[in-house]
Design a protein around this ligand. Structure first.
Ligand SMILES: [Zn+2]
Length: 77
């Protein structure tokens, strides 16, 4: 019985997203929350053949809403 341990899934070439270092805009925070969830935290979202879970869709919805609001603000100024 010689079960080898798989390397941890975090050992990819993706750089971790620093949190709490720089101040992020709400749009950036929403985006990083979505990316962190789907790339690091959620086994459902990390499955290649899986579709995003409900939480990922909610996080992505927050991001697109904030991004669209920001775009509207830019257009009006
Ligand atoms: Zn998920």
């Amino acid at each position: 019985m010689d079960e080898r341990r798989e390397p941890p899934p975090e050992a990819t070439d993706r750089a971790p997203i620093p949190t709490g270092i720089a101040r992020l805009s709400p749009v950036q925070e929403a985006w990083s929350a979505y990316v962190n969830h789907s790339l690091h935290q959620c086994p459902t979202c990390r499955r290649v053949d899986g579709s995003p879970c409900e939480k990922a869709e909610r996080l992505y919805g927050v991001y697109t809403r904030l991004a669209n609001e920001g775009m509207d603000r830019l257009r009006q100024s």
